[in-house]
Design a protein. Structure first.
Length: 119
């Protein structure tokens, strides 16, 4: 099992920055991919960024050049540095661990942290 706890959300003005953290505990494997998703009000959950244990990253087009994800494998912690925030970045942000296990995809989720960007 994996437990994830996000922190760092809040209210920020457009153009500002926030840093989200996700502390993970439990059993981990080298192939686990950690990442961030978000769910804007009234919309479906969407990918923000992912990062492998080797440091390979993937970003949604809407956040490229503004958001950066990083990972501390020793601490089982993943970060999301968000800059040049826009009102459309307002959402609940969720930390995720995705695992390929016996040809099945297992997803573990944090409880989410609210990010609100005011115009």
């Amino acid at each position: 099992q994996v437990q994830l706890v996000e922190s760092g959300g809040g209210l920020v003005q457009a153009g500002g920055s926030l840093r989200l953290s996700c502390a993970a505990s439990g059993i981990f494997f080298s192939d686990d991919v950690m990442g961030w998703y978000r769910q804007p009000p009234g919309k479906q959950r969407e990918l923000v960024a992912t990062i492998t244990s080797g440091g390979s990253t993937n970003y949604a087009d809407s956040v490229k050049g503004r958001f950066t994800t990083s990972r501390d494998n020793a601490k089982n912690t993943v970060y999301l540095q968000m800059t040049m925030l826009k009102p459309e970045d307002t959402a609940v942000y969720y930390c995720n661990v995705r695992r390929n296990w016996a040809n099945r995809i297992l997803d573990y989720w944090g409880q989410g942290t609210q990010v609100t960007v005011s115009s």
